[in-house]
Design a protein around this ligand. Sequence first.
Ligand code: F6P
Length: 320
Amino acid sequence: MNRIGVLTSGGDTPGMNAAIRAVVKAARVNHISVMGITKGYSGLIEGRVHEMHRVDVNDIVGDGGTILKTARSKEFVTEEGQQKALQVLDAFDIEGLVIIGGDGSYRGAKALWDKGFPTIGLPGTIDNDLAYTDYTIGFNTAVSGVVGEIRKIRDTMESHERIGVIEVMGNRCGDIALFSGIAGGAEHILVPEVPFDIDAICDDLVHDRIRGKLTSIIMISEGAGKGESLANYINAKTGLDVKAIVLGYIQRGGTPTSDDRILASRLGVRAVELLKEGTYGRVVGVRDNKVIDDDIAEALAMEHRFDQNLYNMIETLTNI
Ligand code: F6P
């Protein structure tokens, strides 16, 4: 393989730049040239392709966002869009493509591979919702950031003796809420994977108050409901002073943690090795701290996993 392409797709995530850097550096070491594709599959269809050199990726290992920009392309989902993309790849003599993104981006990678074009997927999403890998690039940074925000919000909630409802991202997966909630000492954590009883939470909050615990933090994953509606409901039912805080894009931006930089670097290097070896249609990830790769169709078909043991600890940890 003489020339590969790299693109980032879907929601940006801290560590995408570290992954791009690793791909470019590993390819150069292996005498493979790299074409950067700007703005994901949309840019691919539009031919937004440029050669990348080592100098382009200097000093980006710690930068948030993605220097290649990103998008969610509706056109690429269509047969016509995919044919246009294949024409562009052919026109630029690109023989293999590294796609950094989440579930939707992987479906695009699979579509190209189904048509015979070599692709490798790298898991770039803060949601940690790809079942085949223990962690996705950006998740660790998102959780660390949310933990910092919980600390700040708790200061204010405690000062005013309020209840704070913090809504975090994760439309199909509650991992950001679960991990940050455990690390931030949240009293209640609501995730899409586990049914919950809001009235029982209201009862708990009222009992807590009687026993002298005046402040609680409730984490809610966006896939489990809206923070604002939950806060309004609790306030109407209990009369407690409840504030909803939606963290939004604060979770996606910012400098990646060292864990995410290392993960992105390991996976980026492995992606290039696979292309060099001629192993295609794979997605790279990490299991038990070892870099692994799986068939893309099998990875996408894997059932969503949820750390029930971690979830079960909430009650013990919040017991007063
Ligand atoms: O998939 C990552 C993610 O951040 C989700 O948690 C969230 O639901 C979604 O992206 C938001 O996407 P957008 O930025 O396109 O609105």
